[in-house]
Design a protein around this ligand. Structure first.
Ligand code: B12
Ligand code: SF4
Length: 505
């Protein structure tokens, strides 16, 4: 039996934030760590999950106090293994965290092994091993590899596990920088074994973390009502290959059954008291027969009237028939990555969606009066001013109840990232740049064909337009009356300028 501590790093945005705004922030519990922890416990290991996001926010942004509590927990629990799961935005915090935890372990006389997993470790395994001072890195899904590791198997024999004692890791860097540059695809010769039967997994036991922190009534997830919500996953992997997305580095396509999912919903209602849930899959539309089966089962068990849910779906996957079906099963909100409303840019993104799909999806929501979120990307490589204006125009015309523009930043693990690296547009891995992913007012590097100053104007305009819509219609939950004018307050820095996008549209 091993003593395993699984740890979620904190988000730097939460440092020194004295007043949290939990009612309006979208936060998700560390699903993967909870799932891995549940699995390891069932296999007889002693497990604890340390959620430094929850700790730091609860400690009102006091990082020193949070780290001191973490140190105490290490001294008390005496872990054989400390595992961390993280995204690229957490790189800098993880670097600090591993050093800190190693010192605590050494002082306490512990011979703890440090392991890394999750999307960043999976897409940059060799560099994670080298630069972040882990002993082992796990590539891809870890249900099988981590169980073997904790059972004491020789790490060199476990597919998907890299360590300093093997040359594999560094050979892998070579393969990626040459092979990937040529093909634009990621090469992972030593990915972990994946679990084929997802239904063989136990339901994640959210009691391993302070789940009330995540399930407390919140407006951000549904906008139309205060939701007490946790997350579930319909499947793994994606059938699409969008060039900006890092996800395909991780998983192959598999799904849970409808019975498993509906049982999980009932389990979460009974054990955590939720009144809603979020399907946190990148898209719930990849297996439509499953969606129909799931909806039918939700209705048959009377859950359509007892719980509401939301999830992401692609614009080309929705139809009137499917939307009616989902709504009749309790679906209260859908989220779309429309990204752009220019066919030229959508094609460059390998998005496999067209402007006509975007238009159809947005119109359908208005007609059927179902709230939705429109997520847009601005600054895509090769994007021109006219493309950006087309996206802004899309938001202006459809007035989505919730909308936002994201400043494009290439994600490590995405085909884009490798291509930009091969072209020399990215000359080095830059953790401080990764930190900006998802920031509202980003000042990151630019890859599109629009001068920086003009881009900043357009971005600020797009943001203020979305904020206005979301503020006016999102919180109260009704979609803007058709044809109503949007009165976006002028932005001081460019409201006078003749080239203002407000005047151009
Ligand atoms: C749900 C989700 C979220 C949730 C949070 C999920 C959570 N609590 O972990 C929310 C909505 C909050 C979110 C936010 C963001 N996300 Co997100 N998110 C996802 C999504 C869709 C699903 C994650 C998931 O649960 N997958 C399923 C589980 C089973 O897989 P997994 O987490 O990778 O875990 C497996 C392995 O990685 C491994 N593993 C994981 N942890 C560990 C730890 C150890 C020790 C070991 C050994 C193994 C291991 O084993 C697990 C089980 O097999 C993924 C894409 C995807 N489909 O994976 C994007 C994704 C992870 N997100 C991404 C991004 C960029 C973001 C944001 C920055 C977006 C933004 N614009 O703000 C923010 C950052 C949030 C933050 N500050 O931390 C990127 C990350 C890319 C990268 N290189 O870092 C992804 C890959 C999507 C993409 N566009 O490519 N996200
Ligand atoms: S962005 Fe979504 S649809 Fe596109 S490849 Fe990634 S997970 Fe699939």
């Amino acid at each position: 039996m091993a003593r395993v501590m699984l740890c979620q790093p904190w988000n730097f945005h939460d440092e020194n934030v004295v007043h949290d705004d939990l009612e309006n922030e979208w936060r998700c519990a560390p699903y993967s760590l909870v799932l891995l922890g549940t699995l390891l416990r069932k296999q007889g290991h002693d497990v604890c999950v340390v959620d430094l996001i929850e700790r730091l926010v609860t400690n009102r942004g006091n990082l020193d106090a949070t780290l001191e509590q973490f140190a105490d927990q290490i001294r008390r629990f005496q872990p054989d293994i400390i595992g961390m799961g993280f995204f690229s935005i957490h790189y800098v915090e993880v670097q600090r965290l591993v050093r800190f935890a190693r010192q605590v372990c050494t002082k306490a006389g512990l011979r703890t092994t440090f392991i890394a997993g999750g999307i960043h470790a999976s897409t940059e395994p060799a560099l994670t091993l080298k630069n972040l001072e882990f002993d082992h890195v796990f590539i891809g899904e870890a249900e099988i590899s981590l169980a073997k590791f904790c059972d004491g198997a020789d790490p060199r024999t476990i597919p998907g596990v890299l360590g300093h004692d093997t040359k594999k890791a560094f050979a892998l860097t070579e393969t990626r920088s040459t092979g990937a540059a040529k093909t634009g695809t990621l090469l992972f010769p030593d990915k972990s074994e994946v679990l084929h039967d997802l239904d063989s997994l136990p339901f994640p036991d959210y009691h391993l973390v302070n789940y009330q922190f995540y399930a407390r009534p919140n407006r951000a997830k549904f906008r139309t009502f205060l939701a007490s919500s946790l997350d579930i996953l319909m499947g793994r992997g994606c059938v699409y290959r969008c060039a900006f997305c890092a996800y395909n580095a991780l998983s192959t396509v598999r799904f849970h059954s409808a019975e498993y999912l509906v049982d999980e919903v009932e389990y979460l209602m009974a054990t955590c008291g939720i009144d809603s849930f979020y399907f946190m899959d990148s898209t719930i539309g990849n297996n439509q027969p499953l969606l129909y089966e799931f909806s039918e089962l939700m209705r048959r068990r009377g859950l359509d009237r007892r719980i509401r849910w939301n999830g992401c779906i692609r614009p080309n996957q929705i139809s009137r028939k499917l939307m009616s079906e989902l709504v009749s099963a309790g679906c209260a909100h859908l989220l779309y990555g429309f990204e752009s409303n220019s066919d030229r840019v959508l094609k460059a993104m390998v998005k496999d969606c067209k402007v006509s799909d975007n238009e159809k999806a947005a119109s359908l929501h208005r007609e059927m009066d179902v709230p939705y979120t429109a997520s847009m990307l601005m600054g895509y490589p090769g994007e021109r001013e006219e493309d950006i204006l087309a996206s802004i125009d899309f938001i202006k015309r459809h007035k989505p109840p919730v909308a936002g523009f994201n400043w494009y930043i290439p994600l490590p693990g995405s085909p884009d990232y490798d291509q930009l690296r091969a072209k020399g547009s990215i000359d080095r891995d830059d953790p401080m740049e990764w930190r900006k992913i998802g920031e509202i007012a980003s000042q990151a590097r630019l890859f599109c064909d629009v001068p920086r100053d003009r881009f900043k104007e357009l971005f600020a305009y797009g943001q203020s337009l979305c904020n206005k819509l979301t503020h006016d219609y999102g919180v109260w939950g009704c979609i803007a009356p058709h044809g109503s004018a949007i009165d976006v307050p002028p932005i001081a820095s460019f409201s006078e300028a003749a080239s203002s996008p407000m005047q151009m549209l």
